[in-house]
Write a protein that binds this ligand. Structure first.
Ligand code: AP5
Length: 195
């Protein structure tokens, strides 16, 4: 199965992606984790992207595509993936589609986590206080949420039009959200197996 986890900052993409990957024996790939690893490792890419992450702006498409290409192809060879944090714009979705089509690794389902803004801010402020993640401070959190509304929300229409979108209420307990996603994915997995 090839699956995307989409949602605003703090929606629980990473939390749920780990659980779904384990349950369905998929590889979890997070664009944000890969970018942060480059920053931590002080690589050339890390130096290029550091400021985008710190300010909550999107990293340029070319850089994101470069760091994702290899892990996505490898994960596909291992049975599939849950990709969390990519794509984030209609442009990224279109580029991903054309690359994936050439490689025969097109996305089959997009899970969209919906959570009200005040709950997102609450979760991120709380995480920032505990973990010190540098983009989890109120100003940057609000900017990340604005960037999501402006750049990523319109992308959902792209997937809805292709009948790949599953909307999930993410404003429940972690277990309830996992259960809700699992039920829908099991149904889909059966349908895919019957194709
Ligand atoms: P990224 O790492 O993708 O961060 P994000 O989208 O801001 O998302 P978060 O990791 O903050 O939240 P999440 O939805 O994964 O929730 P989580 O499970 O962690 O991106 C960071 C930056 O990298 C971007 O700003 C951009 O600069 C760059 N970038 C990344 N991808 C890019 C791309 N494709 N193109 C361009 N730039 C890109 O949970 C959050 C908190 O809530 C945790 O503390 C968790 O414990 C808690 N929580 C989770 N679920 C629940 C629940 N159900 N109830 C209560 N608390 C919960």
């Amino acid at each position: 199965m090839r699956l995307l986890m989409i949602g605003p900052p703090g929606a629980g993409k990473g939390t749920q992606a780990v659980r779904i990957a384990e349950q369905f024996k998929l590889v979890h790939i997070s664009s944000g984790d890969l970018l942060r690893a480059h920053v931590k490792g002080e690589t050339a890419t890390g130096k290029q992207v550091q400021q985008y992450l710190a300010s909550g702006d999107l990293v340029p498409d070319g850089i994101v595509m470069d760091i994702l290409r290899k892990p996505v192809v490898e994960a596909n060879n291992q049975g599939g993936y849950v990709l969390d944090g990519f794509p984030r714009t209609v442009e990224q979705a279109e580029i991903a589609y054309s690359v994936a089509q050439t490689l025969g690794v097109e996305v089959q389902v997009v899970v969209h986590l919906e959570v009200p803004r005040d709950e997102l801010v609450r979760r991120l402020v709380e995480r920032g206080a505990a973990s010190g993640r540098s983009d989890d401070n109120l100003d940057v959190i609000n900017h990340r949420l604005d960037v999501y509304d402006e750049k990523t929300l319109p992308m959902l229409n792209y997937y809805a039009a292709r009948e790949k979108l599953i909307n999930v209420n993410g404003a429940r307990s972690v277990d309830e959200v996992t259960w809700s996603i699992t039920v829908q994915l099991q149904r889909l997995a059966k349908a895919l197996a019957g194709d």
